[in-house]
Structures are given as C-alpha cells and as structure tokens.
Design a protein around this ligand. Structure first.
Ligand SMILES: Nc1ncnc2c1ncn2[C@@H]1O[C@H](COP(=O)(O)OP(=O)(O)OP(=O)(O)O)[C@@H](O)[C@H]1O
Ligand SMILES: [Mg+2]
Length: 587
C-alpha cells in the first residue's frame, strides 16, 4: 500500500474552502474581463496601424476596430459585474458561516477558557478578523488576477507587433520593480522593530491611563507621563529614521511605475527605432498606447499582496479559535438520578505539567453542606469549578446522581448545578433577563420573588428603569450588588446542587450580612459546595475539607477538626486573630 503523504493545508485555504469553487469561477470571469479591458487599447493601436498604413488607409478596418473596442468594453462590463457579484456573495456567505462556526465553538469551549481569553480579543476575531477576510475574498483574488492578465495580454500583443519594441517597453516595469524591492529590503525585521516601538507607546499609554488613580495618589504623575512622552518620542524618531532614507527611492519607484513615464520611454525608444529605420510610426503608436498597461497594475498587485498578508494573519487567528478544543459531549446523554456528587481520584492541571489537584476523593451527600477551606492557592476554586465543567478533569471522574458529568448534556448539567462565583458576570441585557438566564420563561413575579429573596429587589427598583435597566449601561452595580443579582439568578434557576465560591469576598460588613441573608433561602435543602475564607461562616457545615497544595489533607466537622489540632486548627486560630485584631488596635 502506498504511504499517504500528509498535506499541510494553510488556515486561509481551509477557511475559504466552502466558497473556493465560486472564487475560482469569479477569477476566471475576471480574467476574461481584464483581457477585454486591454482590447480597446489594442483596437486604438490597430486603428492607428490601419490609418497610418502605407498607401490607402482602410476605413473598413477602422470601423472593425471601433466596433471591436465597443464590444470588448461591453464584455468587460458584464464580466466585472459578474465576478464582483460572485465574490461578494461568496464573501457574505463565508462571513455568516464563519461567525456561526465561531459562535458554535464558543458555546462548546470550557467556561474556564474565558478566564484566559479576554472578551476584547475574542470580539476582535469575531468581528474585525472576519471583516479583514472580506478584502481578500471580495477583492484581492480578482484584483491580483486582473493585475497579472492585463500586462500579460498587453505584452503578448506588443511582442506580436515587434519583440524589440516590447522589450524596450518593459524597461519602466523592471526599473519600478527593482526600486520597489529595494524599498522593502529587510522589511520583516524593520516592521518588527516598528511594532516593538509602537508596542512600547501603547504599553506606556495604557500604564499611564489605567494606573492614573494610583499614580496621582502617590504623586508620580510626572514620572508616568514622562515615560509615556519618552516612548512616544522614541517611536517618532524610529519611524523618521526608517522613512527618511526611503523618501527618494519611494518617489522614484512611483515615477517609474507611472503611465507618463511608460509613455515617455516608449516615445524615446520609438524615436530611436524610427530614426534607425527598425520600425514604422504605426508600430510606435501601438507601443505608446499599450506601454502604460505593463506598469499600471503593479501597484494593484502590491496592494492585493498586502491585503492577502493581513488576511493570512486574520485567518490564523480565526482558525486557532475554531480549533480550540471543546468540552466532550456524549452522543447519548444521560439524566442524573438525584443530586449526590462524587469526586473519584480527581486530578487536574491547567498547563498539562503542574498538577493543581491530586487524588481528590469527595462525596457531597444530597442536602448537605460541604465547605472547602485552605490557604490561598491550595486549589479550592479549581476544585469547585470542575463541577460545573469550567474545565474537564485530567484524571479520575466526577459523577452527579451516578452519571459522569461528561455523559450529561450540558443543558441538563446546568439544570442540576448552579454556581455563584466571585467574579460575577452580568450580561449587557436587562437586570430581569440577567436574573432569568437560568429560566428564560420565568414570570415577572417569579423574577421579583427571587430578587427579594436575594435582598436586591429594593436596589433594582431604585435603578432608572427598574428591572428593565441594562446592566453596565443604566445599571451600574457594585461587586456585592452584582453578586446578589447572581444569587437571585441561582435562586430562580432552582438547581438542586449549588457551588458558592467566595460569595462574600467583595462585601463590607453590612453587605456581607445582606449576602448571607440572601444565601439562606438558596442554601436550604440543597447539596452545597461552598468555599469560604472566613471560617466562622462554615462552622455549621456537615463536612469541612481542608486543602493544601491540591490535596484534601483533613476532613470532618468543625469541632473534630479543631480537636485534631492540625492545619484546620492553625487556620482557625489565624482567622480568630484577624477578627480580634481591629479591636486590639482601637485605643
Ligand atoms: N486559569 C489558570 N491558569 C493557570 N493556573 C491557574 C489558573 N487558575 C488558578 N491557577 C493556579 O492553580 C492553583 C490553585 O488556584 P485556585 O484558584 O484554585 O486556588 P484557591 O485555593 O481558590 O486560592 P484563593 O484562596 O486565593 O482563591 C494556584 O497555584 C493558581 O496559581
Ligand atoms: Mg479561589
């Protein structure tokens, strides 16, 4: 059997695969249109040859030439319309297809993926990068075909007239290309240096603007502003040094590639040829008319090339996003029977190297409260986030109601597990819709009841448009308030299993009391996994698991753990000391 050689397909080629057929057809039609675009010039040249021919000029030939020119223009019009229509329709289909595929992929990636991928960067891919492909699909391919066909057809005709004159007419193109290449020598390295200098300015600007409050507070505004000015100055100097040496070459290449220069060279060469008796005036006229068609499309080609490079970068980013591994979904999803949660020998690593969780065995009995405690970085949040599948485990498994969570359809899983985390995300939709995310068909009364139970109803009523205020626009909520909205969301979702991570982290004492009050109805009768830094909030838990370096090192109820005098005892003593500290400092 013959070995199959793996063919590496470029991201661009992969992305445009659905519209490739239409693009090829459009390019073929555009090639005909471009050739037809040269025909009127050839007709003018032929007209000149007919009228300047020795002996009697042929009016019939002149009429033929004029008729052909008109017909060619009509063909060009139809071809360009057809190719442009085809590429733009292909582009619209491709954009829609890509945005759908990206959205579908985003709905499959683990929720934890969004922690490390800023929303701005994802938006840039979804909107800007997809739009960059428009220039390639809608214009660049056909422009490149036109920029190659037009000079080739013109050159073919000129060679047919007189190969020596044709060779002379290519002079400006050769010169222009050489100057252009000279201008862009070492472009990659220079562009990298340019980007680095620009990056410095951006960093200094962001540093200055974002840190302005801190900078001003510490009286360092002049230093940060000075740093920004320095990098802006360095950028200007770098840019000027780069372009200064190129000004003359750039102007020279522009002149060499201009139609006027082509005509000038054609006329000069023609004069020499006529004086030497190598060619007649009719041939010279043909060269003068056609010579600009050899050089003019070169810049179009260069621009199209540039657009292709930008599109290639955009395609890489889009393909990277589309290749992001999604959560595995079972083909035959199961429905969990009950809300007993079991972690069996669970191991997890973010980077595939450092184990963040090791050998976790944990059972959450239905209707009980399990608290995770431990020093910062011991893996509490990571463990809690595995249950709603922010990430998938690397070793062992987690079951809900006897079913492995990756065998449960994601929708079903979220009906069984809800969560309230420290970094609350409110969507840019109304507060009512934010609360009803887990149960979109909830009635107004139900939404309001959930908000009341979460102690946030009064605050929502005080917003400019009450429950219809848009989060982030006319509803600007504090961290603690946003958390209570997310608690209302969890109350309404009414899932039997609830994961709470640092639910009171934002809170001042008043707000903490409100949040604890809000949590009370949510916690009743549910299977609860709660992470709390303030140990006094979890003394009543059915089991407390103490974590250290990714393992559960102690477990039991508050009193028995205290009696053991281990890590929990030390954490408890430390938290008591912190609580006592403010009183000690009061004079
Ligand atoms: N998204 C991430 N990518 C890579 N490493 C991470 C990520 N999130 C957490 N870690 C690492 O995993 C380890 C456990 O972090 P985790 O957030 O679970 O700790 P924690 O016990 O919740 O800490 P804290 O009490 O401060 O909230 C830490 O070493 C942390 O640096
Ligand atoms: Mg944490």
């Amino acid at each position: 059997m013959k070995m199959q050689k793996a063919v590496k397909v470029s991201p661009t080629s992969r992305l445009i695969a659905p519209v490739r057929g239409r693009l090829r057809l459009a390019c073929a039609i555009h090639a005909v249109g471009s050739a037809a675009g040269v025909a009127p010039f050839i007709a003018v040249a032929e007209l000149g040859r007919a009228l300047l021919a020795d002996g009697e000029g042929s009016p019939l030939a002149a009429w033929w030439a004029a008729g052909l020119a008109a017909a060619a223009l009509a063909v060009r019009l139809v071809c360009l319309m057809a190719s442009s229509g085809l590429t733009h329709l292909a582009d619209l289909d491709l954009q829609l297809d890509l945005r759908r595929r990206i959205a579908a992929r985003l709905s499959k990636v683990p929720l934890g993926w969004f922690d490390t991928h800023a929303a701005g960067a994802v938006k840039k891919i979804l909107q800007d990068d997809v739009a960059v492909l428009h220039h390639m699909v809608g214009h660049a391919y056909t422009n490149m075909i036109g920029a190659v066909v037009t000079p080739l057809v013109s050159l073919g005709y000129l060679i047919w007239i007189d190969w020596r004159l044709a060779a002379a007419a290519t002079g400006p193109l050769m010169l222009g290309v050489c100057l252009y290449a000279f201008q862009f020598r070492g472009y990659g390295a220079k562009m990298d240096a340019y980007n680095a200098a620009l990056g410095d300015v951006n960093t200094a600007a962001v540093e200055f603007v974002q840190g302005i409050a801190v900078i001003k507070t510490f009286g360092q505004a002049h230093r940060a502003y000075g740093r920004f000015l320095n990098s802006a100055g360095a950028f200007v100097e770098h840019f000027w040094n780069w372009v200064r040496g190129l000004l003359a070459v750039s102007a020279a290449s522009e002149i060499a590639l201009s139609p006027l220069f082509s005509v000038l060279i054609a006329m000069s060469a023609g004069l020499v040829f006529v004086v030497a008796g190598w060619a007649g005036p009719a041939e010279i006229l043909a060269v003068i008319v056609l010579a600009p068609a050899l050089t003019a499309p070169f810049l179009t080609l260069a621009f199209a090339q540039n657009e292709m490079m930008l599109a290639k970068d955009a395609a890489m980013r889009i393909a990277g996003l589309l290749d992001t591994p999604g959560l595995s979904d079972s083909a035959h999803p199961d429905t969990p029977a009950g809300s007993r949660v079991v972690f069996e020998q669970v191991g997890f690593s973010y980077d595939g190297e450092t184990e963040v969780l090791k050998d976790i065995d944990l059972v959450l009995e239905p209707g009980t409260v399990t608290a995770l405690v431990g020093v910062s970085g011991s893996g509490k949040s990571t463990l809690a986030r595995l249950l709603p599948r922010f990430q998938d485990v690397d070793a062992g498994r987690i079951t809900v109601g006897g079913m492995p969570i990756d065998a449960i359809a994601q929708r079903t899983l979220y009906r069984h597990v809800s969560f309230v985390f420290q970094h609350v995300q409110l969507l840019r939709i109304s507060i009512a819709e934010n609360i009803a995310l887990g149960r979109p068909c909830a009635s107004e009364e139900e939404i309001e009841a959930a908000a009341r139970a979460a102690q946030i109803h009064e605050r929502i009523l005080a917003l400019p448009h009450g429950y219809q205020s848009i989060a982030g626009e006319d509803a600007r909520l504090s961290g603690g308030e946003a958390q209570r909205v997310s608690i209302a969301r969890a109350i309404l979702a009414d899932a039997p299993i609830l994961v709470l991570d640092e639910a009171t982290a934002f809170a001042d004492p008043d707000s903490e009391a409100a949040i604890q009050q809000a949590l009370a109805p949510l916690m009743a009768g549910r299977t609860l996994l709660v992470i709390a830094h303030r140990l006094n909030t979890v003394t009543g838990a059915d089991q407390i698991c103490v974590m250290e370096e990714g393992r559960i090192v102690e477990r039991g109820r508050h009193q028995s753990l205290l009696a053991q005098g281990g890590l929990y005892g030390r954490l408890w003593a430390a938290s008591e000391a912190v609580q006592a500290a403010p009183e000690e400092t009061v004079p």
